[in-house]
Design a protein around this ligand. Structure first.
Ligand code: C2E
Ligand code: MG
Ligand code: MG
Length: 630
C-alpha cells in the first residue's frame, strides 16, 4: 500500500502498521484524531496562506492605483501649464518631449526628436547660453533658466529650459531629463525694455546712452591701436518749420526718413545715433585723413538734402554737420560731442547744409555766441539795431532804382556788428521773427520819412529769412507795417533766398503770391547759390533775380563766372524777370554786366551800405556815360 510517509509513521507509532498484530479501537481512534488534527492544521495553514496572498495582491493593486493617480496628476498639471517635459540620452539626443511642447510652439515633437536641443540651427540662443549649456552637459551638471528662441508657425517663440542628469541603478550617466516652459512674453518684454534703454523709439537708432557707450569703447580701442575716431554732429536745418507747420506726425515722419537715410549712408565701422530732437551723431572708427572726413560729411549733407515727401508735398530739408576728431580735438566722448556740436553750430552760421571742423578757437567763439544771444534779446528792447541802406542803380541811364535795407547792431561794447555776426544766431535761437518785424517797421518808417522830405528813393528792399515764410502771419504783418507808416505796397521789395523758398516751396509760394497780389515786389536773393533751377523759380511770383556776388567777383575774366552770369541774364530775360548784380566792385565788372544786359547793379563801387542820412541821391555819373566809355 502506497501511504503518505506521515500516515505510515503514525500507523507505526500506534502499532497499526501491517507488520504489527491485531489492532484495537483505542489506537484507531487515536489515529483518526491525529488525522483529523492534521486536516484541521492543513486547513488552517491554507487559510492563513490564502489570506496572506489576498492581502499582498490588494497592496499591489493599491500601489498601482497610486501610481496611476500620480501620473494622472502630473499629466493634468502638465496639461494645465504650457510647460513640457523632455528627456535626452547619453549623446544628448532628444528621446522624449511631452505634449505641452506642441501646445506651446505649434511644432510637432518630431522636430526635436532625434536631434540635440541646442545643435539645431533654428534655435536662436545667445552665445553665453550655448556656452553655459555646453559647460553643464560637459560636466554632467544640472542647468536651469537657459532661454532660447525659435521661429515657429506661431512666430518667434522663446522658451526656458532646465534639466538634470539621469543616472541608472549603478550610478551610470544615461542622459538628461528636464522641463521646458514658454518664456516668450517675458523675453519679449525684457528685450523691449532693453531696446528702449538703448534705442530711440521713434527712429530705432541707438540713443544717447548707447552712443555714449559706443563712443567710449571706440575711443578705448583707438587709444590702444593708435587710430583716429571722428564724431559728426548733424542737425537738420528745416525741422522746426515742418514740426510747427505740418504737425508732429509730419515732424516724426521726417525724423524717421532722415534717420533711415543716415543709416543707409553709414559704412562699416560707422555708427549712427539720435541724440534727441533733430540732432543725430555719427561715430567713425578708424577715421581716415581730413579729405576722407570731408567726403563723408558731404555725403551726409547730400543725402539729407534730397527732397522729402511729406503730406504729398516735397520739402528740401538740409543738414548742418560739425566734426571733431580724436585725438587732436578731444580725449573723451563728452568733449568730442561738445566740440562737434560747436563746429556744427559754426557751420549753421554760414548757412544751411554746411560742413565744419572743430578748431581750438571755436570753444571761445561758442562761449561768445552764448553771451551774444543774451545780449541780442535785450538789443531789441534797447533799440540797438539800426538799418543801413545800400543803393541800387539802373544800368542803363544810372538812375537810382531803389535801396536795400541791411540791418546792423550797434553793440554797446563791440561796436557796429554786421548781420553775419548775429543773424545766423538769431535764426538759430528763435530771435529772427522779432528782428524781422523790427526791420520791416523801421524800413517803412524810413520810407515815410523820405517821402515826407520829398526824396524819391524808388523801392526799399528788406531781407527776410526762411523762418518768416513758415507762417502766413507774415502777410498780415507786412500789411500792418505798410499801413502804420502809410507806405504803398509797391514801394516795398522783399528779398528771399532760394534755399529759404525751397524748404517749403508750397507755403512759400502761397505767401509770396499773397504779397505779390498786394503789390509787394519779390526778389530772389543770392541767386545761383541754392539748389533750385530758374525754371522752377519761375513758378514763384518773383520779379527780380539778384545774381550772387560770388559770380560777379570773377567778371569779366573768369570763364565760369562769365558763363553763369550770361546764362542767368539771358534766361531771366526770356522769363520776364529783372536781374540785379550784387557786389559790383570794379568798373570792369560794371561794364561787363551792362554789356550782357543786366538791369541793375549794387556794390561798393556804386555805394556802400550807409545810414539813411548819408545816402547819395544823385544818379551815378559813372552810369550815365554811354556804353563802352567806362
Ligand atoms: P545780402 O542780402 O546779399 O546783402 C548784400 C550783402 O553784400 C551786404 O552785406 C552788403 O553789405 C554786401 N555788399 C554790398 N556790396 C558789396 C560789394 O561790393 N562787395 C562786397 N564784398 N560786399 C558787398 P551785409 O550787410 O553784411 O549783409 C549780409 C547778409 O545778411 C545779407 O546778404 C542778408 O542776407 C543778411 N541780412 C542783412 N540784413 C538783414 C535783415 O534785416 N534780415 C535778414 N533776415 N537778413 C539780413
Ligand atoms: Mg539781400
Ligand atoms: Mg545777396
Amino acid at each position: 500500500m502506497d501511504l503518505h510517509p506521515l500516515l505510515e509513521r503514525q500507523l507505526r507509532r500506534l502499532g497499526l502498521d501491517a507488520a504489527s498484530g491485531p489492532t484495537d479501537v483505542e489506537r484507531w481512534t487515536q489515529l483518526l484524531h491525529g488525522v483529523g488534527r492534521a486536516y484541521r492544521e492543513a486547513e488552517q495553514d491554507r487559510y492563513l496562506l490564502e489570506r496572506a496572498q489576498d492581502i499582498s495582491s490588494r497592496e499591489l493593486h493599491a500601489q498601482a492605483e497610486q501610481l496611476r493617480l500620480n501620473e494622472a496628476r502630473l499629466a493634468s498639471l502638465l496639461g494645465l501649464s504650457t510647460d513640457w517635459v523632455w528627456e535626452q540620452d547619453k549623446q544628448h539626443t532628444v528621446t522624449y518631449v511631452s505634449e505641452g511642447w506642441e501646445a506651446a510652439t505649434g511644432l510637432r515633437p518630431s522636430v526635436f526628436l532625434g536631434t540635440g536641443w541646442l545643435s539645431l540651427d533654428r534655435l536662436d540662443a545667445a552665445d553665453e547660453v550655448k556656452l553655459e549649456y555646453r559647460r553643464c552637459v560637459g560636466q554632467r551638471l544640472p542647468f536651469r533658466d537657459l532661454t532660447v528662441g525659435m521661429d515657429t508657425p506661431r512666430g518667434k517663440r522663446f522658451f526656458r529650459l532646465a534639466g538634470q542628469p539621469l543616472l541608472d541603478d549603478q550610478g551610470e550617466f544615461v542622459g538628461y531629463r528636464g522641463v521646458g516652459s514658454d518664456a516668450t512674453e517675458a523675453t519679449l518684454a525684457s528685450r523691449r525694455a532693453e531696446q528702449m534703454a538703448r534705442f530711440d523709439t521713434l527712429t530705432n537708432l541707438p540713443n544717447r546712452n548707447m552712443l555714449n557707450d559706443a563712443l567710449r569703447r571706440a575711443l578705448a580701442r583707438a587709444r590702444r591701436q593708435g587710430t583716429r575716431v571722428a564724431v559728426a554732429f548733424i542737425d537738420l536745418d528745416g525741422f522746426k518749420h515742418i514740426n510747427d507747420n505740418l504737425g508732429h506726425a509730419a515732424g516724426d515722419e521726417l525724423l524717421r526718413v532722415m534717420a533711415q537715410r543716415l543709416e543707409q549712408t553709414a559704412r562699416a565701422g560707422e555708427l549712427v545715433a539720435r541724440l534727441g530732437g533733430d540732432e543725430f551723431v555719427m561715430v567713425v572708427e578708424n577715421a581716415g585723413p581730413q579729405p576722407a572726413l570731408v567726403a563723408m560729411g558731404k555725403r551726409v549733407i547730400e543725402v539729407l538734402g534730397t527732397p522729402v515727401r511729406l503730406q504729398d508735398r516735397d520739402f528740401r530739408i538740409s543738414g548742418s554737420v560739425g566734426m571733431s576728431v580724436f585725438p587732436q580735438d578731444a580725449e573723451d566722448g563728452p568733449t568730442m560731442l561738445r566740440n562737434a556740436d560747436a563746429a556744427m553750430y559754426e557751420a549753421k552760421k554760414s548757412g544751411a547744409g554746411q560742413l565744419n571742423f572743430y578748431t581750438a578757437d571755436l570753444a571761445t567763439r561758442a562761449a561768445e555766441s552764448f553771451s551774444l544771444e543774451t545780449e541780442l534779446r535785450e538789443a531789441l528792447a534797447r533799440d540797438e539795431l539800426v538799418l543801413h541802406y545800400q543803393p541800387k542803380f539802373r544800368l542803363s541811364g544810372g538812375a537810382l532804382a531803389g535801396v536795400e535795407a541791411l540791418v546792423r547792431w550797434q553793440h554797446p561794447q563791440r561796436g557796429l556788428l554786421a548781420p553775419g555776426d548775429f543773424i545766423p544766431l538769431a535764426e538759430q535761437r528763435g530771435l529772427i521773427l522779432p528782428i524781422g518785424r523790427w526791420v520791416m517797421a523801421a524800413a517803412c518808417r524810413q520810407m515815410r520819412a523820405w517821402k515826407d522830405a520829398g526824396r524819391e528813393v524808388g523801392h526799399c528792399a528788406v531781407n527776410l529769412s526762411a523762418h518768416h515764410f513758415t507762417s502766413e502771419h507774415l502777410v498780415e504783418e507786412v500789411v500792418a507795417a505798410l499801413a502804420r507808416s502809410d507806405v504803398a505796397a509797391s514801394a516795398l521789395e522783399i528779398e528771399v533766398t532760394e534755399s529759404a523758398v525751397m524748404i517749403d516751396p508750397a507755403r512759400a509760394h502761397r505767401v509770396m503770391t499773397r504779397l505779390s497780389d498786394l503789390g509787394v515786389r519779390i526778389a530772389i536773393d543770392d541767386f545761383g547759390t541754392g539748389h533750385s533751377s530758374l525754371a522752377y523759380l519761375k513758378r514763384f511770383p518773383a520779379r527780380t533775380l539778384k545774381i550772387d556776388r560770388s559770380f560777379v567777383r570773377g567778371l569779366p575774366d573768369d570763364a565760369n563766372d562769365i558763363a553763369i552770369t550770361q546764362a542767368v541774364v539771358a534766361m531771366a530775360r526770356s522769363l520776364g524777370l529783372e536781374t540785379v548784380a550784387e557786389g559790383v566792385e570794379t568798373p570792369a565788372q560794371l561794364e561787363y554786366l551792362r554789356r550782357i544786359g543786366c538791369d541793375e547793379a549794387q556794390g561798393y563801387l556804386l555805394g556802400r551800405p550807409v545810414a539813411a542820412a548819408a545816402l547819395a541821391w544823385e544818379p551815378l555819373t559813372l552810369l550815365s556815360a554811354p556804353c563802352g566809355t567806362v
